[in-house]
Design a protein around this ligand. Structure first.
Ligand code: 13P
Length: 289
């Protein structure tokens, strides 16, 4: 492809053609390479994403440089997204560094304040040709340093979603529909009726958060009912870390990083392909160009 692209057109194509694009949170170069290889091997469009914590850990320039290198070498479309950002300054810094998609998460504020903060980001991001995602309702669980207790999680209200998209002009919306970040204690209780109403009332692509641990049939149903993007973070971290733990269990004295990074990379790649299959985006690279 040559360069990172905005995720707007990718997600619009996904919405129009009824499939979901997987967005993977990566924390290391190997995780990034693993999901890129998964996309390349299966001709699948890809959204790479990083949390604010990872941006602070690695620096936006390093992340952008790695993602741009991937995009330059890859034959599939790739976007780079900033996940759950609450900090306007950091968000602008990431856009300047070369992120092609950002999430302004002001879901912890009252509706009017969420609107105001989202509008502020829409203005700068759209001018830069960058996609914007905002959240309505409140997704439960733990994502980096954003912690939402179960009792504070809130489903998005369909009428509010429609009004929000209208007044902010946000090109992608993440409505809370009962999924949560992290690993579920039981099965997630997804409000499919709510999703159906939101999809009917909102014309922009919708984003499913909390993609780890959602059973396959439920992922498929979410996609069928209009989720154009599925975020996956926790399960990838677990796969990566478990593969490393396995190496050290078998060989506690291992001290060559390649010996544990290579299996970790394979584990992430395999899992990424499984998630892509669930979301239905395998082989869809040409559909989003
Ligand atoms: P999981 O950690 O549950 O996969 O959620 C990912 C996510 O929604 C990131 O925004």
């Amino acid at each position: 492809m040559g360069h990172l692209i905005s995720s707007t057109s990718m997600l619009q194509a996904a919405r129009e053609q009824d499939f979901g694009i997987t967005a993977f949170n990566v924390h290391t170069l190997e995780m990034l390479q693993a999901v890129v290889e998964a996309a390349e091997d299966t001709n699948t469009p890809l959204i790479l994403q990083t949390t604010v914590g990872t941006v602070k850990h690695l620096g936006p320039e390093y992340i952008v440089a790695a993602a741009q290198t991937a995009a330059k070498q890859a034959s599939v479309p790739i976007a780079l997204h900033l996940d759950h950002c609450t900090d306007y300054e950091l968000l602008v810094q990431c856009i300047r560094a070369g992120y092609t998609s950002v999430m302004i998460d002001a879901s912890m504020y009252p509706y009017e304040e969420n609107v105001r903060r989202t509008q502020e980001v829409v203005k700068v991001a759209l001018a830069a040709g960058v996609n914007i995602e905002a959240e309505l309702g409140k997704v439960g669980g733990v994502e980096d340093d954003i912690v939402v207790e179960e009792e504070d999680a809130r489903l998005a209200v369909p009428e509010e979603c429609a009004a929000f998209v209208e007044v902010t002009g946000v090109p992608t919306l993440a409505p809370a529909i009962g999924t949560a970040h992290g690993i579920y204690k039981g099965e997630p209780k997804i409000a499919f009726d709510r999703l159906e109403q939101i999809y009917k009332q909102v014309g922009v692509p919708l984003v499913l958060h909390g993609g780890s641990g959602i059973p396959e049939e439920q992922v498929k149903r979410c996609v069928k009912q209009g989720m154009a993007k599925m975020n996956v973070a926790t399960e990838l971290r677990i796969a990566f870390s478990n593969a490393i733990k396995d190496v050290f269990t078998a060989n506690p004295n291992e001290n060559d990083p390649r010996k544990y990074m290579v299996p970790a990379k394979h584990a992430v790649k395999e899992l990424a392909i499984r998630k892509m299959e669930m979301a239905g985006c395998i082989g869809k690279a040409n559909a989003v160009r």
